[in-house]
Design a protein around this ligand. Structure first.
Ligand SMILES: Cc1cc2nc3c(=O)[nH]c(=O)nc-3n(C[C@H](O)[C@H](O)[C@H](O)COP(=O)(O)OP(=O)(O)OC[C@H]3O[C@@H](n4cnc5c(N)ncnc54)[C@H](O)[C@@H]3O)c2cc1C
Length: 472
């Protein structure tokens, strides 16, 4: 390592920013230079929280969102003290829960980092990483856009969400077509959709809910059809008083089948006691990490393949404000969810898109016409290593490999990347949801915060050990 080691964090979304913040709080400035490489002006926003879209709301009550795990109400207090809540009265539900705009959380994180950035303890380089190679002296050589570069002793990958991967046939047929939106997360992506357009939304999860709420807020009144293989849509919260229910980790299941059996049993027991599914899924979420770790890899794959669609729509709930829009449009008949596969797509010369759909478990297909098609299948985590040149480069050199279940990058129990020979790197960490293959439940903000703290702590321990060694 160099005299004052450099910790370079690639990606300054929430994971990268939180990792930098907690690292700085754990060590004297002399221990390391902390550099966050993030092209966005806002540190801490990333894909989820750097959104100008007013209809995008956090799907977790503010009282559970925080940068500081030891102070659960830190964000909620900031909302009040900064005046953000006063500007957004709709954030408060009739039951008194606060569901703030996602942009508010990004600003909160950024404001907490500001003093460290101003003092130089955290350096924010507004650059995009193009390539990363091993430096001859050990450590990493990081090439940035433009002509600059940085040598780092420790590298943290926190670039989490790649662009979605639209279904291939759909993309081939519609690429370049004006009504086609292949990535709904791009700012202003929906601005070309007219008020009365017939819209096909491909995907029915959280991003679909965002798109429906945004279109509605933009004044769209045409028909929206949301399709996915199972047609499952994200559910809302239950604000009645209940405790998490069931036991799934003592002892944990060793197979997806057994896990499913126990969940079904838990659900029927809960029902008999007058409890809803929320209580069972809350317990599953709390025990998610232990459940995941106990499953052999082949069973984890089965969970991802067969249970994940059901897990996702019950575990990741939509904000009540978004749920209200969806319910209103369902009742008005301007929104339908369909379990169906897309079997063909053609654009007509007269304008309009003809989509052939096959309902789930049926052989016959039918044709429906749309003016716009919006892809909401979510980030393409399974192919993250081919999503950017620097990640492909690190995969090519054998420093990174995909995890065995298609959720991200293979890491060890300390969240260090495992290379092609099966060895964990001493200097390459992964912060955030890309480490899910090892840690399981790691997508909701509360878990992502804990993980950022964990990675920061591991790095701080490593840096402290170095200082101790040098002072002997
Ligand atoms: C749309 C969306 C909404 C969500 N809503 C909620 C919610 O309401 N509640 C909840 O609990 N969880 C939510 N989540 C989940 C969770 O909070 C996020 O997944 C979490 O914020 C992950 O942040 P991240 O920093 O790891 O990744 P990202 O947000 O993807 O940030 C990665 C950052 O890396 C940067 N980057 C990428 N490539 C490079 C490069 N080559 N060089 C330099 N920088 C680069 C990007 O600019 C980006 O800022 C949501 C997730 C998404 C995607």
């Amino acid at each position: 390592m160099s005299a004052r080691p450099v910790v370079a964090i690639i990606g300054g979304g929430f994971s990268g920013a939180a990792c930098a913040y907690h690292l700085i709080r754990r060590m004297p400035a002399a221990h390391a230079r902390v550099v966050v490489l993030e092209p966005r002006p806002l540190l801490g926003g990333g894909l989820a929280y750097d959104s100008d879209e007013r209809a995008h709301r956090i799907n977790v009550p503010a009282a559970r969102m925080t940068l500081l795990p030891e102070d659960g109400e830190h964000f909620q207090r900031w909302l009040v003290e900064s005046g953000t809540l006063a500007d957004d009265p709709e954030a408060v539900t009739p039951e008194g829960h606060v569901f703030a705009r996602r942009s508010a959380f990004g600003r909160y994180v950024s404001e907490n980092l500001d003093p460290f950035v101003a003092s130089g303890l955290i350096e924010h380089r507004r650059s995009c990483v193009r390539a990363v190679t091993r430096a001859p002296t050990g450590g990493w050589h990081v090439e940035l856009d433009g002509v600059s570069a940085l040598d780092a002793d420790i590298l943290v990958l926190a670039t989490t969400h790649p662009s979605p991967q639209p279904p291939e046939a759909l993309h081939r047929a519609l690429s370049g077509y004006p009504g086609y939106v292949p990535d709904a997360t791009v700012p202003g992506a929906l601005s070309g959709i007219s008020r009365d357009d017939r819209v096909l939304v491909v995907g029915t999860g959280l991003t679909a809910a965002d798109v429906i709420a945004t279109l509605d807020a933009l004044g769209h009144r045409g028909k929206i059809t949301a399709v996915s293989r199972r047609g499952l849509r994200s559910r809302g919260h239950d604000f009645s008083a209940y405790e998490p229910f069931g036991e799934f980790a003592d002892p944990p299941s060793r197979s997806a089948r057994d896990l499913l059996r126990r969940i079904r049993h838990g659900l029927s027991q809960a029902k008999a006691l007058g409890l809803g599914w929320h209580a069972v899924f809350d317990r599953l979420r709390a025990q998610g990490r232990d459940i995941w770790r106990a499953l052999p890899v082949a069973e984890r794959r089965r969970v991802v393949r067969f249970l994940r669609p059901y897990w996702d729509v019950h575990r990741f709930r939509i904000a009540p404000q978004v749920e209200a829009v969806i319910e209103r449009r369902l009742s008005a008949g301007t929104l339908v969810f369909r379990p169906a596969a897309i079997t063909g797509v053609t654009c007509s010369a007269a304008g309009g898109i003809a989509v052939r759909l096959r309902p789930r478990r049926r052989r016959e297909t039918y044709l429906e016409h749309f003016d716009s098609v919006v892809v909401t299948t979510g980030p393409g985590h399974a192919s993250v290593l081919s999503s950017q040149a620097f990640l492909s480069g690190l995969a090519g050199s054998g420093d990174l490999q995909p995890d065995a279940v298609g959720l991200g990058i293979l890491v060890d129990e300390q969240s260090r990347a495992i290379n092609r020979t099966g060895k964990a790197s001493e200097t390459l960490y992964v912060a955030g949801p890309l480490a899910r293959g090892t840690f399981g439940e790691l997508m909701g903000l509360p878990q992502v915060t804990d993980h950022a703290v964990f990675v920061a702590e591991n790095i701080a321990i490593q840096l402290r050990a170095r200082i101790d060694q040098e002072s002997i």
